[in-house]
Design a protein around this ligand. Structure first.
Ligand SMILES: C[S@@+](CC[C@H](N)C(=O)[O-])C[C@H]1O[C@@H](n2cnc3c(N)ncnc32)[C@H](O)[C@@H]1O
Length: 238
């Protein structure tokens, strides 16, 4: 992304000013260790076309390559894990589409370069699906999904928690975003280390509300749970 402003109208309507690469890197360097941990979860509630999320993915994939680059099957599994850990919300569908496409292109370029002839189409489809669930078109202030004009609709944003459970099996558990952020003691905090997250005062605020995931809470506004081979997560649509 080189242009920081697409139009004056978008700045007026949505405060859309993109962050330059130098600032993105300087900010991410403040939490460098987390950006280089394959499964640390990041949520950006005003992600635009993904300036921060793309760089986080790049950093994580560099670590996956360093650790597992010699084994295509290990690389694939951990590269999928990296993709599952990155979340974004934006109110504009074109930003969401651009963000998903950009993240996939970064992921696929690395995957193809490392795994060469061992690449797998189902796996690519799985990553597209994961990105479609993790990068969501919605209003990060009301925590609702939005229609094509950016107006709230009566449907909560739902996020999936992804976790490898046995070997190649990936578990997807869906939770409503309002409960994750509500500050409700019972709200499951898939982005935090146990304490409920605070609802952001601005859509930009929780970029660094990422977190320790080893010990998830045992309660939350649970919606659904699915388990499948990580290359087949797309079998459970919706
Ligand atoms: C200042 S831009 C930042 C974009 C990106 N984070 C970056 O740094 O390049 C703010 C973004 O927030 C989005 N936005 C504005 N209000 C929002 C809301 N209530 N919920 C979600 N996204 C919102 C805009 O569409 C825009 O993409």
């Amino acid at each position: 992304m080189s242009r920081q402003v697409k139009s004056k109208q978008r700045v007026t309507d949505h405060g859309e000013v993109f962050t330059a690469e130098r600032e993105v890197n300087a900010m991410l360097d403040l939490v460098k260790q987390e950006t280089e941990r394959i499964d640390s979860r990041f949520l950006e509630p005003a992600c635009g076309d993904g300036n921060f999320l793309a760089e986080i993915l790049r950093r994580k994939l560099a670590v996956v390559k360093r650790k597992y680059g010699k084994s295509p099957s290990d690389y694939e599994k951990y590269a999928v894990l990296a993709a599952t850990s990155i979340y974004g919300v934006d109110i504009l569908q074109d930003n969401v589409d651009a963000c998903r496409a950009r993240m996939f292109a970064i992921w696929d370029k690395e995957y193809t370069a490392v795994c060469k002839k061992e690449v797998n189409e189902d796996c690519r489809e799985a990553v597209r699906f994961i990105l479609s669930r993790n990068i969501v078109c919605g209003n990060a202030l009301s925590l609702k999904k939005v229609d094509a004009s950016g107006k709230d609709i009566n449907e909560p944003i739902v996020f999936s928690e992804w976790a490898f459970v046995t070997g190649f099996n990936l578990q997807r558990s869906d939770y409503t975003f309002d409960k994750l952020l509500a500050g409700d003691e019972k709200g499951r905090d898939i982005f935090g280390s146990g304490k409920p997250m605070k609802k952001p005062d601005t859509a930009q605020q929780t970029l660094f509300d990422r977190l320790e995931t080893e010990k998830p809470n045992d309660e939350g506004e649970f919606v659904k749970k699915y388990i499948s081979h990580y290359r087949r997560v797309q079998d459970h649509g919706g």
